[in-house]
Design a protein around this ligand. Structure first.
Ligand SMILES: CCc1cc(O)ccc1-c1ccc2c(C(=O)Nc3ccc(C)nc3)n[nH]c2c1
Length: 268
């Protein structure tokens, strides 16, 4: 039957659960081994189960799968396929497993042997991945170090396309109607103020990722730290953030950041 030759169809009975991976950010992601021979020689995969809830419906999930299945780029996590649960009531997304986890954990654990040169290598790879997405008119909308996965000490890949949208051909931006919980500290001003997303707003988020990289993803310099500057009273956090950005406040230069990188920082 065609299903036997469809490499992107994973049979639930061969998908062996190992342990949980993503905490919250990627939804519920689990490490599994797809082991049809039953001898533990199968490949390790990252699996995201879909629980249709108020945030994401089966339709949203099918859109994420559609988005992923046509992406072929060295700097984007590879789509492997889907696994339908018995009765097709729910489905899971199967992606390649990257053994070193997200950039956040990697930078924290490898602070001493990640040189600025290596950071620029990672930054250029994220750039190439985003450039590829732009050629397909995709806007990621959630570019952040937490969504960059480390394949090896010299290769990172962009992950988590749950929020990715395609810009309509007649427009230059995508307007979100129902913004869920928004990562506003990575958002460009127009995204905060008007829920407008474009390649330009992805570039802004890339700037925040550069900041995270050069701060070794240190939680003390994390963009969320900005929140401490705000009163928890009114106006809302996003209003306060929008105001200081309008007054040209920007993230502070990362501590002991190289002069040449800092000059790059000044053009931000
Ligand atoms: C399936 C969800 C998804 C959806 C999407 O649209 C794009 C990418 C992914 C995804 C998310 C996470 C991972 C992971 C990992 O989390 N790996 C690891 C390894 C080691 C440690 C400590 N932590 C973590 N590997 N491949 C992954 C693919």
């Amino acid at each position: 039957s065609p299903a036997q030759h469809d490499q992107t169809l994973f049979e639930e009975r061969h998908l062996r659960y190992i342990h949980p991976l993503g905490k919250g950010n990627f939804g519920s992601v689990e490490l599994c081994r797809y082991d049809p021979l039953g001898d533990n020689t199968g490949e390790l995969v990252a699996v995201k189960k879909l629980q249709p809830n108020k945030q994401s419906t089966l339709e949203d999930f099918k859109k994420e799968v559609k988005t992923l299945s046509i992406l072929h780029c060295d700097y984007i996590v590879k789509y492997r396929g889907v696994c339908y649960s018995t009765g097709r009531l729910s489905m899971s997304l199967v992606m390649e497993y990257l053994p070193n986890g997200s950039l956040i954990g990697y930078m924290e654990n490898n602070r001493h042997n990640v040189t600025p040169r290596r950071m620029l290598l990672f930054a250029s790879q994220i750039c190439k991945g985003m450039e590829y997405l732009q050629t397909l008119r995709y806007v990621h909308r959630d570019l952040a170090a937490r969504n960059i996965l480390v394949a090896s000490e010299s290769l990172v890949k962009i992950a988590d396309f749950g929020l990715t949208k395609v810009i309509p051909c007649d427009k230059e931006y995508y307007r979100v109607t129902q913004p869920g919980e928004s990562p506003i500290f990575w958002y460009a001003p127009e995204s905060i103020n008007e829920s407008r997303f474009s390649h330009k707003s992805d570039v802004w988020s890339f700037g925040v990722v550069l900041h995270e990289l050069f701060c070794y993803c240190d939680t003390n310099s994390n963009p969320k730290r900005v929140r401490r500057m705000f009163s928890f009273k009114h106006p809302s956090i996003s209003m306060q953030l929008a105001n200081i950005l309008k007054n040209n406040w920007r993230l502070p230069a990362p501590p002991n950041c190289q002069p040449k990188v800092c000059s790059l920082y000044m053009i931000q």
